[in-house]
Write a protein that binds this ligand. Sequence first.
Ligand SMILES: O=P(O)(O)OC[C@H]1O[C@H](OP(=O)(O)OP(=O)(O)O)[C@H](O)[C@@H]1O
Ligand SMILES: Nc1nc2[nH]cnc2c(=O)[nH]1
Ligand SMILES: [Mg+2]
Length: 157
Amino acid sequence: MSPSTLDKSFPVSWWELHRDAKALAWRLMSAQPFKGIIAITRGGLVPAAIIARELEVRLIDTLCIASYDDRSQGDAQVLKRIPGDGTGWLIVDDLVDTGSTARVVREMLPKAHFATIYAKPAGRPLVDTFVTEVSQDTWILFPWDTDMQAVPPLIKR
Ligand SMILES: O=P(O)(O)OC[C@H]1O[C@H](OP(=O)(O)OP(=O)(O)O)[C@H](O)[C@@H]1O
Ligand SMILES: Nc1nc2[nH]cnc2c(=O)[nH]1
Ligand SMILES: [Mg+2]
C-alpha cells in the first residue's frame, strides 16, 4: 500500500506497548519452551525485551532486516543472518504489514515460532501468534518514533 493511502493512524503509547507485549507473552506461554528469542531489528527489539523478561528467556539474538524508509517500502535488506533453521527459537517483531519481511524471515528460519504484537490482514497468515489486528490502511505509530506535542483546540478564535 502506498504511503498516501495509509490515511488512518494508530498511535501506541509506551504503556499500551508494554501491556500488548505482555499480552503476547501470555499467548506464547503454551508454545514454550524456547531455546531463545530472535528479535527482528529494529522494531522487534523492545517487544523482545519485554517478552524475554516475562518468559525468563536470557538468550537473545538479532536478525537484522530493513525494508522501510519512513513509510516507503523498498526491498528487504538482510544485514545480519542467523545460522540454522530456527528450530526451538521464538522470533519477535513489532508487526506484520504486507508480510514481505516475515516472508524473508520464514524462508531463512522455517522451523521457528513467529510472533508479532500487531498484524495487518495481508501479513496475518505468516504469523504464528499475534495480539491485535489493525486494518491495512492504518499506519501504526510506535512510542520510539513519536513525541508529545501541542495541538490546537477544535474551535479556533
Ligand atoms: O510486513 P512488512 O510490510 O514487511 O512490514 C513490517 C516490517 O516493517 C517494519 O520494519 P522496518 O523495515 O521499517 O525497519 P525497522 O524495524 O528498523 O523500523 C516493522 O518493524 C516490520 O519489521
Ligand atoms: N511504524 C510502522 N512501521 C511499519 N512498517 C510497516 N508497516 C508499519 C506501520 O504500520 N507502522
Ligand atoms: Mg522491522
